[in-house]
Write a protein that binds this ligand. Structure first.
Ligand code: 6PG
Length: 228
């Protein structure tokens, strides 16, 4: 657990660790793969990572989840990733693997699982970065959705009733198989979910963020101190 005074420093700490893990993967295997979340918290982290000056030509980037919207839409996670990371980093387009939020969610999920298999083969992701919602969701695995208990699949499409939106999400298996799994979450409003995720009775269905119990967490003081 890494605790920082504020959200900006947590994002920076996460980005620096992220870059170290990528360098380690490049040194060990000559290539690296990452999957990053959407929402708003990763914005700063991705902006810092974009300045890390790594050899992006040897790094493959994937998404943890996507909303059921086209890539130019204000709610598109890919749009956020493009603006905060891909463009400023000069990341090679062919190495950025987008979830097709504009397609039928089940079809987009099937395509994405195929693409992951084609690019990674049997290798796990080197780094997966997840976020957490105030309701205890992570990726697009929401409380009450049995997908959080799925141990076999790679990607799924789902209707997120709370958000009234189709979603595409990585499933627990590829998330938990990552060589490095990190969680970036900030803000006191997430404190109850944070407490349930790390210390509550085991109940993945109620709090899918319990999937992140073994993750390296990057949090800010407002979140950490409100949860204690
Ligand atoms: C999304 C996500 C999601 C996110 C959490 C936290 O598409 O919304 O990828 O799982 O990580 O909802 O979102 P915030 O960072 O916006 O609080």
């Amino acid at each position: 657990m890494r605790i920082y005074p504020d959200a900006a420093q947590a994002a920076e700490g996460c980005a620096l660790q992220f870059a170290e893990w990528l360098v380690e993967a490049l040194d060990a295997r000559g290539r690296a793969s990452v999957a990053v979340s959407g929402g708003s918290t990763p914005r700063l982290m991705l902006a810092v990572l974009a300045r890390a000056g790594l050899d992006w030509s040897r790094i493959q980037l994937f998404q943890v989840d996507e909303r059921g919207v086209p890539p130019g839409h204000a709610q598109s996670n890919y749009k956020m990733i493009r603006e905060c990371f891909l463009e400023p980093a000069g990341f090679p387009e062919q190495n950025a693997h987008r979830m097709f939020g504009e397609l039928d969610a089940a079809e987009a999920a099937a395509r994405y699982a195929t693409e992951i298999g084609q690019v990674l083969g049997a290798e796990p992701f080197d780094v997966v970065q997840c976020g957490m919602g105030a309701d205890g969701h992570t990726a697009s695995l929401f409380p009450g959705d049995p997908l959080a208990l799925d141990t076999r699949g790679v990607v799924a499409g789902l209707w997120a009733a709370d958000k009234q939106q189709w979603r595409i999400t990585l499933l627990p298996k590829p998330i938990l198989a990552a060589r490095h799994l990190c969680a970036l979450a900030t803000g006191a409003d997430k404190a109850p979910a944070f407490g349930r995720a790390l210390r509550g009775p085991a109940d993945l269905l109620a709090t899918p963020a319990q999937l992140l119990r073994g993750a390296e967490w990057f949090v800010d003081e407002p979140l950490f101190s409100s949860a204690v």
